[in-house]
Design a protein around this ligand. Structure first.
Ligand code: GDP
Length: 286
């Protein structure tokens, strides 16, 4: 989804989420397991303050499992309720529901003590574009629902989607929040994973950032994918080597743009394996 985030849109998106918070018990915040910190909205803590929140590391199938485990441990040690999910293949949905139930347990126990039936947990899914909100809603609902999202500027009536097991109800329009734009490194991480369009940053720069990260974090996977025996330290040389291996030569030189596109395509289509571009050690995530 291509949303141009102007200050007016940000204000509107924020207002739309704030309005919805009044209707719900729990916020389900989706982030990308490969870049859990960079794929958060910079103001999400402030915007959702006061509501119990479950953080969902989505696209866990594409992320490095060891790094995802490290994120889960780091966040749990800070008392954050967090689960790893692969919405596309409906993995981790049970843990997600258990996580939401845990957040509501005390309140629900109190209601039951007073003889009241707490009913299903009402939840709102929020996250930046492309993080998997619509996919998750469809999987939790157990059917395909046309999710238009609420594009900044479009309003529609809210509806509740009942979940298969009846434990939860979801608002049918997820809350779409903007990613962080101000930090260039965050921009590269989001672009590398395909969360933001390549046009926003220079393609060569995204590819250079990516090849350097892969060299530092996943050298063996890089060697194997591109049949390289050694990896040059220099990112430009490395990208050229990859281009050469794949025959991307024009006029006697490696076509740098084509090599950049190839690398990013292969990363985004999991051809280089399961990759995470951010670890808890890189960041403090609270
Ligand atoms: P939204 O903009 O947040 O609603 O994101 P979508 O639900 O439209 O998902 C964006 C893209 O990510 C789609 O191509 C989905 O198929 C894909 N996607 C969503 N969740 C997952 C997941 O857990 N694993 C993988 N591999 N892809 C996913």
């Amino acid at each position: 989804m291509a949303i141009q985030w102007f200050p007016g849109h940000m204000a509107k998106a924020r207002r739309q989420v704030t309005e919805k918070l009044k209707l719900i018990d729990v916020v389900i915040e989706l982030v990308d397991a490969r870049v859990p910190q960079s794929s958060r909205n910079p103001m999400v803590d402030e915007i959702t303050a006061g509501k119990p929140r479950l953080i969902v590391l989505n696209k866990a199938d594409m992320a490095d499992p060891a790094v995802t485990d490290a994120w889960l441990r780091a966040l749990k040690s800070e008392d954050v309720e967090v689960v790893a999910v692969d919405a596309k293949h409906s993995k981790g949905l049970k843990q997600l529901i258990t996580g939401a139930q845990k957040l509501m347990k005390e309140k629900h126990d109190r209601m039951r003590e007073k003889g009241r039936n707490p009913g299903p947990i009402r939840a709102l899914i929020i996250g930046i574009p492309n993080v998997g909100k619509s996919t998750l809603i469809n999987r939790l609902a157990g059917r395909n629902i046309a999710i238009t999202g609420d594009r900044p500027g479009v309003t529609k009536r809210q509806q509740w989607i009942k979940m298969k097991g009846g434990e939860m109800e979801l608002l049918d329009t997820p809350g779409i929040l903007w990613p962080k734009f101000e930090d260039q490194l965050v921009g590269y991480r989001l672009a590398a994973t395909g969360a933001i369009k390549d046009e926003i940053l220079n393609l060569d720069d995204i590819a250079l950032y990516t090849v350097r990260e892969l060299h530092a974090r996943y050298p063996e996977q890089l060697k194997e994918r591109f049949k390289l025996e050694t990896l040059p330290e220099d990112g430009v040389e490395l990208l050229e080597m990859i281009g050469k291996k794949r025959g991307l030569i024009s006029g006697g030189y490696v076509d740098f743009e084509k090599a950049s596109e190839l690398l990013l395509n292969e990363l985004r289509h999991e051809k280089i394996g399961r990759i995470s571009l951010e670890t808890p050690a890189d960041h403090e995530m609270a």
